[in-house]
Design a protein around this ligand. Structure first.
Ligand code: UDP
Length: 238
């Protein structure tokens, strides 16, 4: 596999073309941003850890029949993925109220949702990823009704699987963000990453935050938290 030109550089990853036009190489970076890029920093070894953590989740999801873009984790900070057209939606799943939802609705962080919640944000950095609903997405041609039905059922299924695995790792899956892509034949598959950058994870006993909120809120011990999540996931394979 030959890696060719860089196609795109995002906040936490770089994407490269390869000599197979159906495959891209993704490089995970240590850079971290929050609040729509206002806060910037680096987290030691984050690229390696997120590559491994996300690879772990995607491989397990593959085993459970959840179609996704991962072909293989290639080395410490690279993974080979299928080329997809990213759907311009951030799909947020919430089990416990936190972050922007707590703020928006004046709710206390930690309130347990009676049922899981799905939210959509329109992926547009200039607009700050505004909250929209499925009808906006359909009406504006971001995705079709059938595609959104698929995205919702996949997101709930992924939530059930991740919650179960993380529970075994003594972690609570508070909320997380997913992105989906369209393959050239029009199939909707899970893309992007699942990591402490994109999930809120709380220790089940102490409720200690083990995710990017440590960076967002200057809580310290950011890199250590990512290491701890990876340690607990690996322990599940023993
Ligand atoms: N999230 C993400 N990328 C974003 C926005 C949110 O990965 O651009 C994740 C975030 O880490 C959390 C969940 O989605 O696990 C819900 O985030 P929320 O809407 O509460 O926004 P935030 O508080 O992060 O601004």
């Amino acid at each position: 596999m030959k890696v060719l030109d860089q196609l795109y550089e995002g906040k936490a990853k770089r994407v490269f073309k390869t000599d197979d036009d159906q495959l891209y190489m993704v490089e995970y970076k240590d850079d971290a941003t929050a609040f729509n890029g206002e806060k910037k920093g680096t987290i030691a070894h984050k690229g390696v850890l997120n590559n491994k953590i996300s690879g772990w989740f995607f491989n397990r999801l593959t085993d459970q029949g959840v179609k996704n873009h991962l072909v293989q984790v290639v080395d410490d900070d690279h993974q080979l993925v299928k080329r997809v057209e990213i759907i311009k939606l951030e799909v947020i799943v919430r089990n416990i109220i936190a972050g922007s939802m707590a703020k928006r609705l004046g709710l206390e962080e930690g309130l347990v949702a009676k049922t899981p919640i799905i939210e959509f944000s329109y992926k547009d950095d200039d607009l700050g990823d505004p909250l929209i609903n499925r009808y906006h997405a359909q009406a504006l041609g971001v995705a079709t009704k059938e595609e959104i039905d698929t995205i919702i059922s996949e997101a709930f299924k992924i939530n059930d699987l991740l919650s179960q695995w993380l529970d075994e790792a003594n972690l609570i899956l508070v909320d997380f963000k997913l992105e989906f892509g369209r393959t050239p034949d029009g199939t909707i598959i899970l893309a992007d990453e699942i990591s402490p950058d994109t999930c809120r994870l709380w220790d089940k006993d102490t409720r200690e935050k083990l995710d990017k909120d440590r960076f967002r809120r200057d809580l310290g011990g950011v890199a250590e938290a990512y290491v701890e999540v990876w340690r607990r996931l690996q322990a599940l394979d023993q």
